[in-house]
Design a protein around this ligand. Sequence first.
Ligand SMILES: [Zn+2]
Ligand SMILES: [Zn+2]
Length: 260
Amino acid sequence: MTVKTMQLFDTHCHIDFEHFDDDRGDVFERMQEAGVTRIVAVAVELEQTSRLIKLVESRDGVWFSVGAHPNHEMVNEPTVEQLCELAEHKKCVAIGETGMDFFRTHVDPAIQEQRFRTHIRAAHAVNKPVIVHMREADETTLRILKEENIAGCGGIMHCFSSNWEAASQALDMGMSISFSGNVTFKRNDELRAVAAKVPEKSLLIETDSPYLAPVPKRGKRNEPTFVKHVAQCVANVRQIPVQELVEITTANAMRRFQLI
Ligand SMILES: [Zn+2]
Ligand SMILES: [Zn+2]
């Protein structure tokens, strides 16, 4: 396995966060060395958009999304028009992250739901995929995806952490399933079983860095380079060479983000 052949795609990271302010250049350098040639820097608030644009405009292989996280407290809720306008930039490849999060409810569930629907409607309008954050809210999230006809624009179940039942419902709606560092955690046998079962064409990998560093980096600050550990773990459970897993997931990501 050489650096040249790797070509990993981290479909979800937060590289613009302050966690990387002191050494962002080094983080990008390590990425290149590890063969992580493509990433999407995902938004959690609208105010972040100009910062993300600055980040992606000076670099190849870096794209961004526009959206507000379900648990991000905001004074004015985003509108469809506002999201569409911010998503006009040619390197904006997705809407989100959005979704439902009942693990932490800084934002009232009814407001989360309305915000989620607004994001999906904007995604339809600009024909871009939705990055979906679903935490302890499977039933509600999947119901809203169905009601808002997510199949029309498609999307990604990011940092997937639920069971096969939820995965298969999402797959039936044409969603991609993205696995993050927690798929490597010792206790997560059930999640690894899901990762073994997801159809090849729907499989993605990510870091969600700076959070959720995979084994053997668990507990440290995560960074896009570590997506290679997620790739290795998922390749192991699918019993295929890691290079094959990388080729599959990178091609899937390119298709999902309409880059090919
Ligand atoms: Zn998330
Ligand atoms: Zn995230």
